[in-house]
Structures are given as structure tokens and as C-alpha cells.
Design a protein around this ligand. Sequence first.
Ligand code: TXA
Ligand code: MG
Length: 483
Amino acid sequence: METKLLTTDDESLKIAAEILKDGGNVIFPTETVYGLGADALNPEAVKNIFKAKGRPADNPLIVHISSLDMLKDIVEEVPENAKQLVKKYWPGPLTVILKKCKNVPYETTAGLDTVAVRMPVNQVAKRLIELADMPIAAPSANLSGKPSPTTAQHCIDDMVGRVDAIIEGEDCKYGVESTVVDLSGEKPALYRPGAVTLEELEEVLGEVEVSVSAKENETPKSPGLKYKHYSPNANVVILAGEWEQVECFIKGKTDLSRIGMLVFDEFPKIDGVKCISLGSLKNPYDAMHRLFWALREMDKMGIMTVYAPEIADKGTWRAVRNRLYRAAGNEIINLSKGDTKKILFVCTGNTCRSPMAEAIFNKICKEKNINAKAESAGVYADGSLVSTNAAEAIKEYNIDISERVSKNINKDMIENADLILTMSASHKMALNYAFGDSEKVYTIAEFIGENQDVADPFGGSLEDYKSCRDMLYSMIEKVTEKI
Ligand code: TXA
Ligand code: MG
């Protein structure tokens, strides 16, 4: 498909508005991130948004409006607390979820009876909605799973050939997506922190329930919560600890060429490491503005692992922390607890044996209060979800690993681990071949003085997976006794 590149003058916006009226899709700037818009009331137009982004169909869209009149056409009622909240924060980076009315197709809300609505303050967005004279459904204009686009160039990089037009506006003022608050239920609930903070919401609404991460074994209230988000190609890891500990950790790396760091202006420099500053520690808006851009820059530089600092869990920082920690898949290395033993389990695809081993190991350590933590990786992993049967088998321990995405092993993971345990002798050989012989690498059996490999249940029945799990359990119990 040919993608028109448009400017922000009125003539161009009229062209964009015509495309929307014809059921097409247009990428446009907002104050948060760029959005990929289509007529929110046209099911076919909305379906094309999902197609263009590669977005799962069960993740609903935000509907953008330019006046309160438009709101009346899409929601059943506007409760009193919603009236007060939007009076204060619209137009602006706030999305509210309300009960939808019949006009809004289930394609837009992904089958839900509620609809998310936002009135952007960005003048190009506002003018486009006015000219098109319709509510516009728009998710962030990135390929699904990638960091949201905060510049026109990001949209061009991801979406040329996939959409009808891109309006090349300014860089987004805030740089992270809007705050999402649900006002359709009994209690207000925050699903996504943004530039409008929890504290600000509570000033108007009273107590707000926070459900920004999907809990184990629970269908998230906001479908977007369950998807891995904002991830660059690089592996993102949070380093928790004092600056001296961080410096010592980084300097201990043998190859700095493919390591990147997100830092603050106040941090001292580390020679030979590619750093991108998120601005000053005093200004969360700097960090908000730069985060997604910085993650994309790291990919352009071919960085393999991005180390990032801890971010405070309060006020405006909460939005930055939420996006960064999700990009990291919550992988945090705690440098202060230097004595935490880091174990890495390795199998082939990191979808069956090693994720089960990781979950079992962490469960046993928690129960026995052992100061150790396991991760897992594969020698040929391709970012797939964990196998359904492996997740089923582990669910019996009340642990949900079903959203886990496989990771391919790299040199950095090898260096970060204190002990590496493989399922079979061939995995050990593969590691030693690729990364050089290491005294840290054993097969699990070898480590506990036994000799059987853990066979691959891949493609087998749930029973096969359960017996593999039970075998791993008894072996890993012995591992925890030894370390
Ligand atoms: O700042 C923003 O909100 C940007 C710009 C373009 O406006 N849009 C955006 O859309 O971030 P998107 O689709 O990337 O994120 C929408 C989030 C998703 O996590 C989705 O699950 C949630 O809002 N959501 C939408 N409708 C919902 C509903 N009815 N109930 C619960 N969650 C909903
Ligand atoms: Mg998004």
C-alpha cells in the first residue's frame, strides 16, 4: 500500500480527513505519542488498524474526540466524577473508560461494553478530528510490542507501506501514552500511569484502585496489561543499587561494545560505554519525553543489552517507571544484595524445559528462604510464548508463566550468572562452543552427581510435560540443597 506523507497545514489535514471519511487510516501527532487513527464507528476501518499494527484483536482502542458533544454520542452516561475529572484535565493526556453506547462497534472496544475516550490537546489532532467530524479510534502508531512512536520519523520507520497516510508533526510533548482510568465500575481504577498522576486523580476522585500490572492467574481488566510492551530488540535490564555498584558491575564486563546505558545527567561518565541520558534526575518530564526515543536509539546503535537505572515509584516518575520496567519484562539485578546467587537454566527454545526449571527453582527458593534467583534462556530461542502445556503444568503450583516470551542466550547473560545449568550435554557443548569453556556451566544432572539428561517434552501431551516437570522438581530440589 502506498503511504502518503502529509504536513500539518489545513490543506493537508483536509486530505487526511477525507481518507478517514472513506474508511482509511491516518497516523497523526498527539501530545502523548503518535496515534494510528480510523473512524471509531466504522468496524471495517477499525479492523484495518489491528491489521496495520499486528495488534491482538482482544486489545481495545482509545477513541479520540474534539468536543464534549462527541462524547455524548459514544458513551451511555457521564457519571459525576467523570465530569469533574475531564473538566480539569481535558483536553490533555488523560483517557477515561466509561460504559459505551450502541453506536460504538465491538471491533473498537474488543468486545467490551466499555469504551476508552480521550480529548487530545495537540492542535493538529484536534483539527483533524474536527475536519473529519467523527470520533477517531487510535492506538499508538507503533508495530505491536515496539516502543510507542514519539516522532514522525519513528512512525515512518515502523509503518510506511502499512497505512494510508502519515502526518509529519512535531515531536510529542510528553512522550508516553495517556493516563488510563476506569470510571465505569464501582471504584475508580488506574490501568496505566501517565502525565496525569495518581495523586492528581485522587484529588478529584478520592481513592483510586491501582491495577497497572496483570496479576498472576487473573484476566486483566485492561487487556493491554497482559502484553509485553515497549520492548526494543535489545534486552533491557534494570540495575538496582548505588552508583559505585553499578559502575563496578559495568566495568566488570569483558566486552563493552554492545552494551548501552540509560543514565541521568547527574551520573558520572563510564569510559567506553554508550550512554543516553534521560535528562536530569530533577525533571521527570525530561525522562518521560526521552524514554521511548532512547530505547529506539539503542536499537539503531546495535546494542545487545541496555542497562537502566531504578526509577522512583511516585508522582510523575510512575509513568516513566511503568514503561521502563515493562520494557525490561521486570528483569532487575539487585546489586545491593550482592550475595544473591544468580542461576541461569538453559534449554533449546526456552519455551518448555528451562522456563519450567526457572519457575520451580524460584518457588523452592522462596519456600526455603534461599537467597538465589533463576532466569532462563535458550540456545535457539526466537521470542515465542512459552508452550501451553508447560504453562499448564506449572499452573498447578499457582504460578502463571503463560505470558513469558522466550529469550535467546547471549554473552551478557552468561557473564551475569553465577551458575549455568543446562538440560542436556548438547546444550552445554553448544554454550562452550559459542562462548568459550566456562567453569560455571554444568548439566543439571552433572551438578547433582547424576547422569541423565532432561529430555525435551516439546510437542508431547500434558502428561509428558507433567512428568518432565516432576523430574525437574526432584533434580532442582537437590540443586538448591547444594548451592
Ligand atoms: O496517549 C494515548 O493514549 C495514545 C494516543 C495515540 O492517544 N494511545 C494509546 O493507545 O496509547 P493504545 O491502544 O496503545 O493503548 C490503549 C490502552 C490499552 O492498554 C488498552 O488495553 C486500554 O487502553 N483500553 C482501551 N479500551 C479499554 C477498555 N474499554 N477497558 C479497559 N482498557 C482499555
Ligand atoms: Mg500502545
